[in-house]
Write a protein that binds this ligand. Structure first.
Ligand SMILES: Cc1ncc(COP(=O)(O)O)c(C=O)c1O
Ligand SMILES: [Zn+2]
Length: 432
């Protein structure tokens, strides 16, 4: 990673905080062409995706670490490493992050892991998924660009995160979802008072529709967090890498198991880990990144197993609706990262997802949404198949809350017994 040394976090003319902090430009992931920081997402030379390039703070890592540790207990403690102004924490925001890193000894025992296991539990965010992190950064970009409507194409969690962040910031929101999502996701997306539109089609249809909307005069002044603001949005996932390292005592784990929908989160966690090493905030050591998909929507896993570099789109059919993106934009980059780090991409079926949700709940008291069932189920499968070393230290992500996907477990979960309120009835039920 190129870390340059010309960081300026104030606007030289006014002395006000630079709107994008240490961010220097947008840069094409394919050809490296640089663009000014603006609401664009694709390279004009090669159509490659753009990402944020930085002039990150250089110098004494101890001083930077101390500055971070003195910051707020949310993602803004990492403002020096994000495309946000230094005074970001003073603006209306739902302030996600600093979620629990749970030492999961019971689950480790069940899975035969001896090297240590933690669950990074992002269900603790304000709208109960990791999406609050990415939306917070995109919201800052929208404010800076003077965009007045916050929008997204969503598999459910993102819609709620956008609705909440926009309401708090006093912006209009209008979000788009496939019409057949879980009730918990639909209600969460609607309750914050913005507009919610169900589209008759899959997530990939919703995304295509949003791309059309951006190109139309209707979309003027709109910030689609995961389309025209995608370069900024993606950076929010780096905070998962930063938090995991800091919560482990400023060091990296050996393995990370991360869910994949578009693949953005996984690629940006890798970016965050590389930055931590380049900045000297953690010791340089190898780590392996494992991607997790549902069998009913596993185009990246299929490409990984087949040894392909390209990801062939699929039509999703899985209970893990939050991960149901059949044509993942960052799929090829996920393949690169899994292969480069010595990890893998694996998938589990719906039954294994439900079993894994229950396993995590039963062992650690964490109720995950289906995406968490996918990561825990994949972790189990990786150990059983010898792809992940149980003697190494692993962090598995739970990125959402089980209360949003009750339907997944409701058919096989319920009262042990329903009885009259008497001791005799309790005894009769065999529970005494
Ligand atoms: C709970 C949850 N986890 C993980 C993901 C994967 O996100 P990405 O598109 O960055 O791969 C999503 C995406 O919607 C999600 O809702
Ligand atoms: Zn390019």
């Amino acid at each position: 990673m190129a870390v340059q040394t010309t960081a300026s976090t104030t606007d030289s003319a006014s002395g006000a905080p630079a709107p994008f902090g240490p961010a220097a430009a947008l840069s094409c992931r394919e050809c490296g062409t640089r663009y000014p920081l603006s609401p664009v997402f694709a390279c004009l030379e090669c159509f490659g995706p753009l990402e944020v390039a930085y002039d990150l703070p250089t110098g004494d890592p101890e001083a930077l670490r101390a500055r971070i540790e003195a910051g707020p207990t949310n993602i803004w403690r990492y403002a020096p490493l994000l495309p946000v102004p230094a005074d970001v924490a003073t603006k209306p925001n739902i302030n996600p992050g600093w979620t629990k890193l749970v030492k999961a000894d019971n689950l480790a025992r069940e899975l035969g892991i001896t090297g240590g296991l933690h669950v990074k539990d992002d269900s603790g965010n304000p709208t109960h998924s990791f999406k609050d992190r990415v939306v917070a950064i995109a919201l800052e970009a929208a404010r800076t660009f003077g965009l007045t409507t916050l929008s997204c194409s969503s598999t459910g969690n993102l819609a709620g995160a956008v609705g909440a962040a926009a309401s708090r910031a006093g912006l209009r929101s209008c979000v788009f979802i496939p019409h057949d999502l879980e009730a918990g996701k639909v209600v969460m997306a609607a309750v914050y008072g913005g507009e919610l539109v169900g589209i008759e089609g899959s997530y990939d249809d919703v995304n295509r529709f949003c791309s059309e909307l951006i190109g139309d005069p209707i979309g003027e002044g709109w910030g689609f967090v995961n389309v025209n603001l995608r370069p900024y949005y993606g950076e929010g996932s780096k905070t998962l890498a930063y938090e995991i390292a800091e919560q482990l005592g400023w060091r990296l784990p050996d393995n990370l198991v991360i869910p994949i929908a578009s693949g953005s989160q996984l690629t940006k966690i890798d970016k965050g880990l590389k930055e931590l090493i380049a900045l000297g905030l953690v010791e340089d050591k190898p780590y392996k990144i494992y991607g997790a998909q549902a069998e009913g929507c596993s185009p990246v896993s299929a490409a990984f197993k087949a040894g392909h570099d390209v990801v062939r789109p699929v039509k999703p059919d899985t209970i893990a609706k939050s991960l149901a993106i059949g044509n993942p934009a960052d799929g090829p980059y996920v393949l690169d990262i899994a292969r480069r780090t010595g990890g893998a991409v694996e998938d589990v079926n719906d039954e294994q997802i439900v079993d894994a949700i229950k396993l995590l709940a039963r062992t650690e008291g964490i109720f995950a949404e289906t995406a968490g069932g996918v990561t825990v189920g994949v972790l189990k499968k990786l150990i059983e198949s010898g792809q992940l070393d149980p003697a190494a230290e692993t962090v598995v992500l739970n990125t959402g809350d089980g209360l949003k996907t009750l339907d997944a477990v409701a058919p096989t979960t319920g009262p042990t017994a329903t009885i009259r309120p008497t001791l005799a009835a309790f005894r009769e039920a065999g529970l005494a």
